[in-house]
Design a protein around this ligand. Structure first.
Ligand SMILES: Cc1cc2nc3c(=O)[nH]c(=O)nc-3n(C[C@H](O)[C@H](O)[C@H](O)COP(=O)(O)OP(=O)(O)OC[C@H]3O[C@@H](n4cnc5c(N)ncnc54)[C@H](O)[C@@H]3O)c2cc1C
Length: 224
């Protein structure tokens, strides 16, 4: 608050210090923009503290033909694996397979955008999807390619699985152990860019006009 009192002029005010707000704040700060981030609670205390912790490339979106989205997500996933290996690690994921051809007709209909209804996927649909996933990451190849196992090998490795299983496929995505800490690193990165970047938690914007806004400090009750 003291820093803001000394230089109250900002070009951009980012509302919300979840992972998205913090990322925008960092990007702007690194580009030298005069930016203020305002978070009404603690940083990364909303959805960004409650995620399932998967850092995935969106394998299932392939079924909807959203190749661009999957490619972009895979690039970001691999960036996190490279830039934040202290928080983001490979996540081997195994899909149990109970038949060969199911899901193909529904997959085509979904691909054409005629339905969003999910269906059980058989070996062929899963193999095609995982092949595309590997193809999209072939140049970076940070993690092993997918691997298929027959019924015997699957049950030997995971004896508690449903014995009706026909095969299984293991592929790699990533997971983040401490998403809040990753958020704090983005914040510190942005703040270290220089005096143009400022951030406040436990504060809100009470009123905003075209050229000025009223800031409320939730801790002291002060309005500024
Ligand atoms: C159950 C669940 C599981 C998920 N699992 C995953 C997963 O495995 N992988 C994945 O990538 N994504 C997952 N997501 C999605 C992911 O959590 C969100 O996409 C992401 O956290 C959104 O970040 P955000 O910064 O937009 O929102 P938030 O983290 O919610 O941040 C918004 C912030 O804005 C603040 N705020 C709101 N209004 C104001 C105001 N007026 N003034 C100041 N501050 C304000 C809030 O206090 C909050 O801190 C999951 C989501 C849910 C709900």
């Amino acid at each position: 608050m003291d820093g803001l009192r000394r230089s109250p002029n900002v070009d951009v005010c980012v509302l919300g210090g979840g992972i998205n707000g913090l990322s925008v704040f960092r990007e702007l700060a690194l580009q030298g923009v005069n930016v203020l981030l305002v978070e009404k609670g603690d940083y990364c205390s909303g959805a960004s503290a409650a995620l399932s912790r998967m850092v995935h490339g969106g394998l299932r979106y392939l079924e909807n033909g959203e190749f661009g989205l999957v490619q972009e997500s895979l690039v970001e996933r691999d960036r996190l694996l490279r830039n934040a290996p202290h928080y983001v690690a490979p996540l081997p994921t195994t899909v149990p397979i109970f038949d060969i051809f199911s899901g193909l007709a529904n997959g085509i209909v979904r691909f054409l955008g005629l339905t969003r209804r999910p269906s059980r996927r058989g070996a062929v649909a899963i193999k095609v999807g995982l092949g595309i996933y590997d193809f999209l990451t072939r140049k970076r190849a940070l993690m092993p390619r997918h691997q298929c196992r027959g019924r015997k090998a699957t049950l030997e490795k995971w004896p508690a699985l449903n014995p009706a299983i026909r095969s299984s496929a293991t592929y790699y995505d990533a997971w983040v152990s401490h998403p809040e800490r990753l958020g704090i690193e983005l914040l510190r990165d942005g703040l270290s860019a220089g005096p143009n970047a400022q951030a406040l938690n436990y504060a809100t914007i009470e009123r905003a006009g075209a050229r000025e806004f009223l800031l409320h400090d939730c801790l002291s009750g002060e309005t500024f």
